[in-house]
Ligand binder design. Sequence first.
Ligand code: C2E
Ligand code: MG
Ligand code: MG
Ligand code: MG
Length: 290
Amino acid sequence: ARKRDGKNGAQVYDSSILDKTRERAEIESDVEVGIAANWFEAHFQPIVDIVTGVPAGFEALMRLRHPRKGLLSPAGIIAVAEENGTIGQIGNLILEDALANLARVSRLSGMADSYVAVNFSPLQFDAGLPSRLAALLSRYAIRPSRLVVEITEAVLMHDNPEIRTILNEIQGFGCRIALDDFGTGYSSLSYMSRFPVDIVKIDQSFIRSLDQQGEIGRKNKMLIEGITAISRKMNCKIVAEGVETSQQRSTLIDMGVDYAQGYYFSKPREINDLLSGLRAEQVPVASMAG
Ligand code: C2E
Ligand code: MG
Ligand code: MG
Ligand code: MG
Protein backbone atom coordinates (compact mmCIF):
# COMPACT_ATOMS: atom_id res chain seq x y z
CA ALA A 1 0.00 0.00 0.00
CA ARG A 2 1.04 3.59 -0.46
CA LYS A 3 2.67 5.40 2.40
CA ARG A 4 3.19 9.04 3.13
CA ASP A 5 5.81 10.70 5.32
CA GLY A 6 4.72 11.11 8.91
CA LYS A 7 6.28 12.90 11.84
CA ASN A 8 9.96 12.32 12.61
CA GLY A 9 10.55 11.08 9.08
CA ALA A 10 8.63 7.95 10.05
CA GLN A 11 6.07 6.44 7.72
CA VAL A 12 2.41 6.24 8.57
CA TYR A 13 -0.23 4.15 6.89
CA ASP A 14 -2.24 6.17 4.40
CA SER A 15 -5.78 6.39 5.74
CA SER A 16 -7.12 7.80 2.47
CA ILE A 17 -6.43 4.59 0.59
CA LEU A 18 -9.49 3.03 -1.01
CA ASP A 19 -8.64 -0.57 -0.34
CA LYS A 20 -9.17 -0.52 3.41
CA THR A 21 -9.41 -4.27 3.63
CA ARG A 22 -6.05 -4.84 1.97
CA GLU A 23 -4.49 -2.08 4.04
CA ARG A 24 -5.81 -3.68 7.21
CA ALA A 25 -4.59 -7.12 6.20
CA GLU A 26 -1.17 -5.61 5.56
CA ILE A 27 -1.06 -4.01 9.01
CA GLU A 28 -2.23 -7.26 10.59
CA SER A 29 0.53 -9.16 8.89
CA ASP A 30 3.16 -6.53 9.82
CA VAL A 31 1.98 -6.77 13.43
CA GLU A 32 1.99 -10.56 13.50
CA VAL A 33 5.41 -10.89 11.88
CA GLY A 34 6.67 -7.92 13.90
CA ILE A 35 5.82 -9.61 17.20
CA ALA A 36 7.54 -12.85 16.16
CA ALA A 37 10.56 -11.16 14.58
CA ASN A 38 11.06 -8.60 17.34
CA TRP A 39 10.41 -5.51 15.18
CA PHE A 40 8.71 -3.53 17.96
CA GLU A 41 10.76 -1.01 19.92
CA ALA A 42 10.16 1.92 22.23
CA HIS A 43 11.35 5.39 21.32
CA PHE A 44 11.74 7.94 24.08
CA GLN A 45 10.66 11.56 24.34
CA PRO A 46 11.85 13.64 27.30
CA ILE A 47 9.28 15.20 29.64
CA VAL A 48 11.10 18.24 30.98
CA ASP A 49 10.86 20.75 33.80
CA ILE A 50 9.30 23.56 31.76
CA VAL A 51 11.46 26.26 33.40
CA THR A 52 14.87 24.56 33.34
CA GLY A 53 14.35 22.21 30.38
CA VAL A 54 15.87 19.36 32.39
CA PRO A 55 14.24 15.95 31.80
CA ALA A 56 12.22 14.53 34.68
CA GLY A 57 11.20 11.47 32.72
CA PHE A 58 10.65 9.97 29.30
CA GLU A 59 7.55 8.78 27.47
CA ALA A 60 7.99 5.45 25.71
CA LEU A 61 6.35 5.55 22.27
CA MET A 62 5.80 2.43 20.20
CA ARG A 63 7.53 2.08 16.83
CA LEU A 64 7.64 -0.85 14.43
CA ARG A 65 10.97 -1.14 12.65
CA HIS A 66 10.02 -2.78 9.36
CA PRO A 67 13.03 -4.11 7.44
CA ARG A 68 11.62 -2.95 4.10
CA LYS A 69 9.22 -0.07 4.95
CA GLY A 70 11.34 1.56 7.64
CA LEU A 71 10.10 2.97 10.92
CA LEU A 72 6.31 2.83 11.34
CA SER A 73 4.39 5.09 13.75
CA PRO A 74 1.63 3.82 16.08
CA ALA A 75 -1.12 5.53 14.06
CA GLY A 76 -3.09 2.71 12.48
CA ILE A 77 -1.17 -0.07 14.20
CA ILE A 78 -2.72 0.45 17.65
CA ALA A 79 -6.30 0.39 16.36
CA VAL A 80 -5.73 -2.86 14.44
CA ALA A 81 -3.89 -4.44 17.37
CA GLU A 82 -6.76 -3.51 19.70
CA GLU A 83 -9.24 -5.09 17.34
CA ASN A 84 -7.41 -8.36 16.81
CA GLY A 85 -6.24 -8.69 20.40
CA THR A 86 -2.48 -8.43 19.81
CA ILE A 87 -2.26 -5.13 21.73
CA GLY A 88 -1.54 -7.06 24.93
CA GLN A 89 1.58 -8.64 23.44
CA ILE A 90 2.73 -5.37 21.86
CA GLY A 91 2.07 -3.51 25.10
CA ASN A 92 4.23 -5.99 27.00
CA LEU A 93 7.07 -5.68 24.48
CA ILE A 94 7.05 -1.87 24.76
CA LEU A 95 6.76 -2.00 28.55
CA GLU A 96 9.74 -4.36 28.84
CA ASP A 97 11.79 -2.32 26.38
CA ALA A 98 10.93 0.81 28.37
CA LEU A 99 11.91 -0.71 31.73
CA ALA A 100 15.08 -2.36 30.42
CA ASN A 101 16.20 0.92 28.88
CA LEU A 102 15.28 3.03 31.90
CA ALA A 103 17.86 0.98 33.79
CA ARG A 104 20.41 1.77 31.05
CA VAL A 105 19.52 5.45 31.07
CA SER A 106 20.15 5.69 34.81
CA ARG A 107 23.30 3.52 34.73
CA LEU A 108 24.94 5.40 31.88
CA SER A 109 23.88 8.93 32.70
CA GLY A 110 23.55 8.85 36.47
CA MET A 111 19.88 9.91 36.24
CA ALA A 112 18.75 7.85 39.19
CA ASP A 113 15.33 9.44 39.62
CA SER A 114 14.02 9.72 36.10
CA TYR A 115 10.80 7.90 35.26
CA VAL A 116 9.40 6.25 32.19
CA ALA A 117 5.79 6.77 31.10
CA VAL A 118 4.15 3.94 29.19
CA ASN A 119 0.83 4.07 27.30
CA PHE A 120 -1.76 1.43 28.15
CA SER A 121 -4.80 0.36 26.15
CA PRO A 122 -8.13 -0.55 27.77
CA LEU A 123 -7.62 -4.21 26.85
CA GLN A 124 -4.45 -4.40 28.96
CA PHE A 125 -6.45 -3.80 32.13
CA ASP A 126 -7.35 -7.08 33.74
CA ALA A 127 -7.20 -8.26 37.33
CA GLY A 128 -3.70 -9.69 36.77
CA LEU A 129 -2.14 -6.40 35.59
CA PRO A 130 -0.99 -5.10 39.01
CA SER A 131 0.91 -8.28 39.87
CA ARG A 132 2.41 -8.48 36.36
CA LEU A 133 3.65 -4.89 36.72
CA ALA A 134 5.03 -5.56 40.20
CA ALA A 135 6.88 -8.64 38.94
CA LEU A 136 8.40 -6.77 35.98
CA LEU A 137 9.51 -3.87 38.19
CA SER A 138 11.26 -6.21 40.58
CA ARG A 139 12.84 -8.16 37.69
CA TYR A 140 14.36 -4.92 36.38
CA ALA A 141 15.06 -3.63 39.90
CA ILE A 142 13.12 -0.42 39.26
CA ARG A 143 11.35 1.43 42.03
CA PRO A 144 7.59 1.54 41.26
CA SER A 145 7.50 5.35 41.47
CA ARG A 146 9.66 5.40 38.34
CA LEU A 147 6.90 3.88 36.23
CA VAL A 148 4.07 6.15 35.10
CA VAL A 149 1.04 4.36 33.67
CA GLU A 150 -0.53 6.58 30.98
CA ILE A 151 -4.20 6.03 30.34
CA THR A 152 -6.77 7.86 28.25
CA GLU A 153 -10.45 8.30 28.78
CA ALA A 154 -10.91 5.14 26.68
CA VAL A 155 -9.57 3.11 29.62
CA LEU A 156 -11.90 4.75 32.13
CA MET A 157 -14.94 4.51 29.86
CA HIS A 158 -14.30 0.85 29.24
CA ASP A 159 -17.10 -1.37 30.46
CA ASN A 160 -15.06 -2.85 33.28
CA PRO A 161 -16.19 -2.32 36.87
CA GLU A 162 -12.77 -3.46 38.09
CA ILE A 163 -10.86 -0.57 36.48
CA ARG A 164 -10.88 1.57 39.60
CA THR A 165 -9.74 -1.34 41.77
CA ILE A 166 -6.94 -2.16 39.34
CA LEU A 167 -5.76 1.47 39.19
CA ASN A 168 -5.90 1.79 42.96
CA GLU A 169 -3.82 -1.35 43.31
CA ILE A 170 -1.23 -0.10 40.81
CA GLN A 171 -1.04 3.27 42.57
CA GLY A 172 -1.04 1.47 45.92
CA PHE A 173 2.31 -0.17 45.31
CA GLY A 174 3.82 3.09 44.14
CA CYS A 175 3.37 3.53 40.38
CA ARG A 176 1.90 6.80 39.23
CA ILE A 177 -1.13 7.25 36.99
CA ALA A 178 -1.20 9.89 34.25
CA LEU A 179 -4.36 11.00 32.46
CA ASP A 180 -3.30 11.41 28.80
CA ASP A 181 -4.85 13.74 26.21
CA PHE A 182 -6.67 15.51 29.03
CA GLY A 183 -9.52 17.83 28.13
CA THR A 184 -10.52 16.29 24.82
CA GLY A 185 -12.80 13.52 26.06
CA TYR A 186 -16.46 13.53 26.96
CA SER A 187 -16.04 13.90 30.71
CA SER A 188 -12.40 14.47 31.50
CA LEU A 189 -13.15 16.43 34.67
CA SER A 190 -15.37 13.77 36.21
CA TYR A 191 -12.60 11.17 35.89
CA MET A 192 -10.35 13.26 38.13
CA SER A 193 -12.61 12.64 41.11
CA ARG A 194 -13.56 9.05 40.31
CA PHE A 195 -10.13 7.61 39.59
CA PRO A 196 -6.71 7.91 41.22
CA VAL A 197 -4.73 10.41 39.13
CA ASP A 198 -1.21 11.72 39.82
CA ILE A 199 -0.39 13.50 36.58
CA VAL A 200 -2.58 15.38 34.10
CA LYS A 201 -1.28 15.67 30.53
CA ILE A 202 -2.98 18.60 28.80
CA ASP A 203 -3.75 17.57 25.24
CA GLN A 204 -1.67 19.12 22.47
CA SER A 205 -4.74 20.64 20.81
CA PHE A 206 -4.97 23.11 23.73
CA ILE A 207 -1.30 24.01 23.38
CA ARG A 208 -1.72 24.58 19.64
CA SER A 209 -4.70 26.84 20.33
CA LEU A 210 -2.44 29.20 22.27
CA ASP A 211 -1.31 30.53 18.89
CA GLN A 212 -4.86 31.47 17.91
CA GLN A 213 -5.74 35.16 17.95
CA GLY A 214 -8.91 36.71 19.34
CA GLU A 215 -11.80 35.28 21.29
CA ILE A 216 -11.07 31.56 20.81
CA GLY A 217 -7.42 31.88 21.73
CA ARG A 218 -8.32 33.93 24.80
CA LYS A 219 -10.90 31.39 25.97
CA ASN A 220 -8.54 28.50 25.39
CA LYS A 221 -5.97 30.20 27.59
CA MET A 222 -8.61 30.38 30.32
CA LEU A 223 -9.31 26.68 29.88
CA ILE A 224 -5.64 25.77 30.31
CA GLU A 225 -5.45 28.04 33.37
CA GLY A 226 -8.55 26.36 34.77
CA ILE A 227 -7.23 22.85 34.16
CA THR A 228 -3.94 23.85 35.77
CA ALA A 229 -5.66 25.32 38.84
CA ILE A 230 -7.89 22.27 39.31
CA SER A 231 -4.97 19.86 38.85
CA ARG A 232 -2.95 21.76 41.42
CA LYS A 233 -5.81 21.67 43.94
CA MET A 234 -6.05 17.91 43.44
CA ASN A 235 -2.30 17.51 43.98
CA CYS A 236 -1.67 16.44 40.39
CA LYS A 237 1.42 17.37 38.42
CA ILE A 238 0.71 19.05 35.10
CA VAL A 239 2.40 18.20 31.80
CA ALA A 240 1.75 20.22 28.64
CA GLU A 241 1.93 18.02 25.53
CA GLY A 242 3.03 19.09 22.07
CA VAL A 243 4.98 22.23 23.01
CA GLU A 244 6.62 23.38 19.77
CA THR A 245 7.63 27.03 20.26
CA SER A 246 9.38 29.21 22.84
CA GLN A 247 6.30 31.45 22.81
CA GLN A 248 4.09 28.53 23.91
CA ARG A 249 6.63 27.60 26.54
CA SER A 250 6.73 31.04 28.16
CA THR A 251 2.95 31.39 28.08
CA LEU A 252 2.66 28.00 29.81
CA ILE A 253 5.26 28.99 32.42
CA ASP A 254 3.17 32.10 33.20
CA MET A 255 0.13 29.85 33.61
CA GLY A 256 1.88 27.72 36.21
CA VAL A 257 2.38 24.54 34.18
CA ASP A 258 5.11 22.33 35.72
CA TYR A 259 6.35 20.08 32.93
CA ALA A 260 6.36 19.98 29.15
CA GLN A 261 6.86 17.56 26.32
CA GLY A 262 7.19 18.48 22.67
CA TYR A 263 9.33 19.07 19.62
CA TYR A 264 10.56 22.40 21.05
CA PHE A 265 12.49 20.39 23.64
CA SER A 266 13.05 17.10 21.79
CA LYS A 267 11.40 14.71 19.37
CA PRO A 268 11.04 11.06 20.38
CA ARG A 269 14.44 9.43 19.91
CA GLU A 270 15.64 5.87 19.66
CA ILE A 271 17.48 4.66 22.72
CA ASN A 272 21.02 4.96 21.39
CA ASP A 273 20.45 8.55 20.24
CA LEU A 274 18.92 9.36 23.60
CA LEU A 275 21.83 7.85 25.53
CA SER A 276 24.52 9.57 23.49
CA GLY A 277 22.62 12.86 23.73
CA LEU A 278 22.36 12.55 27.50
CA ARG A 279 26.02 11.65 27.81
CA ALA A 280 27.01 14.70 25.77
CA GLU A 281 24.79 17.04 27.74
CA GLN A 282 25.56 15.52 31.17
CA VAL A 283 22.27 16.89 32.44
CA PRO A 284 21.20 16.50 36.05
CA VAL A 285 17.67 15.21 36.56
CA ALA A 286 14.85 17.28 38.01
CA SER A 287 12.96 15.60 40.80
CA MET A 288 9.27 14.98 40.19
CA ALA A 289 8.70 13.41 43.58
CA GLY A 290 5.80 14.34 45.81
P1 C2E B 1 0.30 10.14 23.11
O1 C2E B 1 0.45 9.15 24.18
O2 C2E B 1 -0.53 11.34 23.40
O3 C2E B 1 1.78 10.56 22.70
C1 C2E B 1 2.17 11.83 22.23
C2 C2E B 1 2.22 11.87 20.72
O4 C2E B 1 2.49 13.21 20.31
C3 C2E B 1 3.35 11.02 20.11
O5 C2E B 1 2.92 10.57 18.81
C4 C2E B 1 4.47 12.06 19.95
O6 C2E B 1 5.43 11.70 18.98
C5 C2E B 1 3.66 13.26 19.52
N1 C2E B 1 4.33 14.53 19.82
C6 C2E B 1 5.19 14.81 20.83
N2 C2E B 1 5.56 16.10 20.80
C7 C2E B 1 4.94 16.66 19.76
C8 C2E B 1 4.95 18.01 19.20
O7 C2E B 1 5.60 18.92 19.67
N3 C2E B 1 4.16 18.21 18.09
C9 C2E B 1 3.41 17.20 17.54
N4 C2E B 1 2.67 17.50 16.44
N5 C2E B 1 3.39 15.94 18.02
C10 C2E B 1 4.15 15.68 19.12
P2 C2E B 1 3.13 9.05 18.36
O8 C2E B 1 4.45 8.55 18.83
O9 C2E B 1 2.82 8.99 16.90
O10 C2E B 1 2.01 8.28 19.17
C11 C2E B 1 0.65 8.53 18.94
C12 C2E B 1 -0.23 7.86 19.96
O11 C2E B 1 -0.15 6.44 19.85
C13 C2E B 1 0.16 8.17 21.41
O12 C2E B 1 -0.32 9.44 21.78
C14 C2E B 1 -0.53 7.02 22.12
O13 C2E B 1 -1.91 7.30 22.28
C15 C2E B 1 -0.39 5.88 21.11
N6 C2E B 1 0.73 5.03 21.52
C16 C2E B 1 2.06 5.20 21.30
N7 C2E B 1 2.78 4.18 21.83
C17 C2E B 1 1.88 3.34 22.40
C18 C2E B 1 1.99 2.10 23.12
O14 C2E B 1 3.09 1.55 23.38
N8 C2E B 1 0.82 1.52 23.54
C19 C2E B 1 -0.40 2.09 23.31
N9 C2E B 1 -1.50 1.46 23.75
N10 C2E B 1 -0.54 3.26 22.65
C20 C2E B 1 0.58 3.87 22.20
MG1 MG C 1 0.89 9.12 26.10
MG1 MG D 1 -1.20 12.55 24.72
MG1 MG E 1 -2.71 11.00 21.93
